[in-house]
Write a protein that binds this ligand. Structure first.
Ligand code: FES
Ligand code: FES
Length: 210
């Protein structure tokens, strides 16, 4: 699964960037050949199967299980937005460079535009819609963004908040420099950066205690 730029290695071996890079460099054939050797006859796809044919995919999102049919090449971002109608997760660059599509997978932040939906099977996905308490109370980080006026147009904000929560939970919120470094993969064209840092600091203690 794709992590943020400069903040760690991918936790699953196959993600969208790697697949597309392999395709672009001609390495796909070797990858496919190696994979074919390891497959059992049961797992070998039938000749002539169209990869665009939807296959059943089960996704656990915000505590709910969804069974949908997806082209195997569908990104997690498109699955969330176009198939599950969870449009809080935003599409900015669709190339892993802006952070607008940030979600949590098993509690770790990930770029959903750079992750295949099929690779998220068996993992717990949290989106901005799943961050608030069931009763509707804002998450401490959501409240901090409101209190600190940490957005203008708001387009980057869901991704900023998901990253900010991970910033605290993963132990990178000790000082302003740490926060800026961890949040550097989330771009804000409105330049609300000082307010975002202030919001992270405001929510830090509440999240740790929670
Ligand atoms: S939309 Fe995913 S990083 Fe920009
Ligand atoms: S608030 Fe407008 S892009 Fe960040």
């Amino acid at each position: 699964m794709a992590d943020h730029p400069g903040t760690g290695k991918s936790r699953l071996s196959l993600h969208r960037r790697g697949f597309l890079t392999a395709a672009a460099t001609g390495a796909t054939a070797a990858v496919v050949a190696r994979g074919a050797e390891a497959q059992t006859s049961e797992a070998t796809p039938a000749a002539g199967v169209n990869p665009r044919t939807p296959r059943p995919v089960t996704l656990s999102v915000n505590g709910q299980t969804h069974e949908i049919g997806l082209d195997a090449r569908t990104s997690l971002l498109d699955a969330l937005r176009d198939h599950l109608r969870l449009t809080g997760t935003k599409k900015g660059c669709d190339h892993g460079q802006c952070g607008a599509c940030t979600v949590h997978i098993d509690g770790k932040r990930a770029l959903s535009c750079m992750s295949f939906a099929v690779m998220a099977e068996g993992h717990e996905i949290t989106t901005i819609e799943g961050l608030a308490a069931p009763a509707g109370d804002l998450h401490p980080m959501q409240q901090a963004f409101v209190d600190q006026d940490a957005f203008q147009c708001g387009y980057c904000t869901p991704g900023q908040i998901m990253s900010a929560v991970a910033c605290v939970k993963e132990g990178h919120a000790e000082n302003d420099d740490d926060i800026r470094e961890f949040m550097s993969g989330n771009l804000c064209r409105c330049a609300a950066y000082p307010n975002i840092v202030a919001a992270v600091k405001q929510a830090r203690d509440a999240i740790r205690e929670g």
